[in-house]
Design a protein around this ligand. Structure first.
Ligand SMILES: NC(=O)c1ccc[n+]([C@@H]2O[C@H](COP(=O)([O-])OP(=O)(O)OC[C@H]3O[C@@H](n4cnc5c(N)ncnc54)[C@H](OP(=O)(O)O)[C@@H]3O)[C@@H](O)[C@H]2O)c1
Length: 264
């Protein structure tokens, strides 16, 4: 099933865009006889590209990805995209199936609200499906919002004229993008608890809006919200395609090692 490429080399394509994708590429690059290529969408101006091979930009849907996999004689596809990158996950699954190559999704676990933790505190999360539900809810909840959803979905919140937003993202929104009233801050995680606590206090935030991205890099805002008794509107993850799924880099390396060993 795992085909042997020219000169016996195996070629693995990682769909990246996460810290896990970078870590995985570094681990796979150390496996003898394996070439790893990381693909990024190119959304972030200074992307975290691993030091191994890379390419940037969309493929042109499922058909474009199928062409790429065939032209570059890719033997296995590992999707390490962000939990909210839904389209590329379905495209990856469909393209791998068409080409007939092994396919894995590396998806870190979602965050869970703390219920009566060691500190006796229970998180006040309101879990919603999608940005529109968050928009509908916010006016009843608060006046000053910490919006930590990146820049792509900012326009959805622009209709909330009577609220004030602290909006955090890596790169600024493109010119003429409608955004809510407030302040944009440009920062890339990981963020410390002290940093997140002072943002919430300095800007007198009374609700946090977050995607349930999981991982440690941006978790501190949720601890800070818990400490300060601030509610969190947590946007639930979009669906994932039917696929083999692992939740950490080590398991993805294990999956690949098993495939390679199967070659004999
Ligand atoms: N969504 C988030 O919250 C978020 C957060 C942090 C990082 N990211 C990263 O940012 C990238 C784009 O996210 P998204 O939510 O816009 O994705 P998406 O909605 O799932 O994908 C939209 C389109 O972008 C292209 N694309 C996405 N990821 C790609 C990749 N790794 N390599 C090549 N093309 C890719 C594909 O274009 P074609 O159809 O033309 O191939 C895809 O159809 C992903 O790599 C993701 O890991 C996303």
């Amino acid at each position: 099933m795992f085909s042997t490429g020219a000169k016996g080399e195996k070629r693995i394509l990682i769909l990246g865009g996460t810290g896990d994708g970078v870590a995985l590429a570094t681990r796979i690059a150390a496996i003898p006889g394996v070439t790893v290529i990381t693909s990024l969408a190119g959304r972030v101006v200074e992307s975290k590209m691993p030091t191994t091979h890379g390419r940037v930009g969309g493929f042109g849907g499922v058909a474009g990805l199928v062409d790429y996999l065939q032209e570059h004689q890719i033997d296995g596809l590992i999707d390490a995209t962000h939990p909210f990158a839904c389209q590329i996950k379905f495209n990856g699954a469909a393209a791998a199936r068409k080409v007939g190559i092994p396919h894995l999704i590396l998806l870190r676990p979602s965050w869970k609200p703390q219920i009566e933790g060691e500190d006796g505190v229970t998180d006040h999360w309101i879990e919603v499906d999608g940005y529109e539900k968050a928009v509908a809810l916010l006016p009843q909840l608060a006046q000053r919002v910490f919006l930590t959803i990146g820049r792509q979905s900012l326009p959805t919140f622009a209709s909330l004229q009577n609220l004030w937003f602290l909006m955090r993202m890596i790169d600024p929104p493109p010119p003429y993008t409608p955004i809510p009233m407030g302040k944009v801050i440009l920062e890339r995680g990981p963020f410390s608890l002290a940093h997140e606590r002072s943002l919430l206090q300095d800007y007198k935030i009374d609700v946090v809006v977050s995607k349930n991205s999981g991982g440690e890099a941006t978790y501190a805002k949720l601890i800070a919200a818990r400490e300060l008794g601030i509610p969190v509107v947590m946007i639930q993850r979009p669906p994932v395609p039917v696929a083999e799924i692992v939740t950490d880099v080590e398991s993805a390396v294990g999956w690949l090692t098993t495939l390679l060993a199967g070659l004999g």
